[in-house]
Design a binder for this molecule. Structure first.
Ligand code: PMP
Length: 408
């Protein structure tokens, strides 16, 4: 029996845990010889496909040169190139790039930057505004700004207080009113997943609402933090979801697709005022955050290969085509199965099956087993079934994914 304790896994249910040996494109290859279509991009990270050759080559070349370097007081070319590459394609106002190594840490960094911004100006603004159903990671700070529920209930005594605004459903006015009130009360920052709430159930909301939320924050000086850890790198049809609302955040969290999903890396980008608030001859005002692997050179090399792909290849056209193909299949499925609330945005398709809502509703292990038996990796969020495949998934592979779903 393996001693491994897997994430988000109830080992007491004895679910099978396939052993994967290699991968390519949208396919995982098991040690037992079977093929599995990765319909969720291995937790939303893989954008161009697994083991994408230019990214693998960049990793191999960098591994022969510089493996790891303390990033406090030192720098290296791969990190400098990532920072310059991001500056070239991310909103102009995001002038500073802070490296870390996961989506959760990019969120922790964003929250610490926001509080530092106010503290160093002598203002006691520390209240964070969050959106109902949000997910920002599983560290204590990231959980604090996420939806409270079964997944973090035991840790509740450690989570800090936030102000939660309603998810903007059919009528977004209550959301906007609640945000306005929180900002008027001196909120330090709002953190949101732009346009799509991922782990909260692939819930979509309109760009106009996002734009209005950004405008409300700007009116009150509340910092606007966009957590594009999942939505970034084309998932919603544009490089950033924020682009569809024609807005730029004060602080931006990126990870997952930053390296094409090949290797862990994250950045938190900040506007000049956020950086300037920490800039001083006073060492007590420096930004006190680091992790051992901050800006790991091999991870940065992968990110540079990803940035080159975004510069040189029509990635968004691929996502557009995927969106069309997903829509066709969801429409066809709706003709066969009673699905609710079918929705497609960029490379994400989602709908509800059955009656219940919530993370533990629906027999997720049984649904996963059903799909795995048909060579498809899906991981429903309760009764919400979604597909978020790598952009290179083929027609036949997509058919197989939806055939598996149709027979759940
Ligand atoms: N923010 C969002 C929006 C996410 O979807 C996730 C991960 N699914 C995270 C943060 C946390 O990222 P990580 O798992 O890399 O810590």
């Amino acid at each position: 029996m393996s001693p491994i304790w897997h994430p988000f896994t109830q080992h007491g249910l004895n679910e099978p845990i396939p052993l994967i040996e290699r991968a390519g494109g949208a396919l995982l290859y098991g040690e037992d010889g079977r093929q599995i279509i990765d319909a969720i991009s291995s937790w939303w990270v893989t954008t161009h496909g697994h083991c994408h050759p230019p990214i693998m080559q960049a990793i191999a070349e960098q591994a022969g040169k510089l493996d790891q370097l303390i990033f406090a007081g030192f720098t290296h070319r791969p990190a400098e190139d990532v920072a310059a590459g991001l500056r070239a394609i991310m909103p102009d106002c995001l002038t500073r790039v802070f490296f870390s190594d996961s989506g959760s840490t990019s969120v922790e960094v964003a929250l610490k930057m926001a509080l530092g911004f106010w503290a160093h100006q002598g203002e006691s603004r520390s209240r964070i505004v969050v959106m109902e159903h949000s997910y920002h990671g599983d560290t204590i700070g990231a959980m604090s700004v996420g939806e409270r529920g079964v997944f973090n209930q035991p840790y509740d005594p450690l989570l800090f207080d936030v102000t939660s605004i309603p998810f903007p459903a059919a009528d977004p006015q209550p959301t906007l009113d609640a945000l306005e009130a929180a900002c008027r009360d001196g909120a330090a920052a709002l953190i949101v997943e732009p346009l799509v709430l991922g782990a909260g159930g692939m819930k979509f909301y309109a760009p106009a609402v996002l734009a209005e939320m950004s405008a409300i924050c700007a009116r009150h000086g509340t910092l606007f933090i966009a957590d594009e850890v999942m939505t970034g790198w084309g998932r919603t049809g544009t490089l950033l979801a924020c682009a569809q609302a024609d807005i730029a955040p004060d602080i931006l969290c990126l990870s997952k697709g930053l390296t094409g999903g090949a290797i862990p890396l994250a950045v938190t980008m900040a506007s000049e005022p956020v950086y300037a608030a920490h800039l001083s001859t006073d060492r007590a005002k420096m930004f006190f955050h680091s992790s051992s692997y901050t800006a790991n050179p091999i991870a940065c090399a992968a990110a540079n290969a990803n940035l080159a792909i975004w510069r040189d290849e029509p990635v968004l056209e691929r996502v557009k085509r995927l969106e069309t193909r997903l829509s066709e299949r969801v429409d066809a499925l709706a003709g066969k199965r009673a699905i609710r609330n079918a929705r497609v945005h960029g490379g994400i398709a989602a709908f509800e099956l059955g009656e219940g809502d919530g993370y533990l509703s629906g027999d997720v292990p049984a649904m996963m087993r059903h799909c795995l038996d048909r060579g498809v990796l899906l991981r429903p969020l309760g009764s919400t079934i979604y597909a978020m495949p790598p952009y290179c998934i083929t027609e036949e592979q997509l058919d197989a994914v939806f055939d598996a779903i149709a027979t759940i």
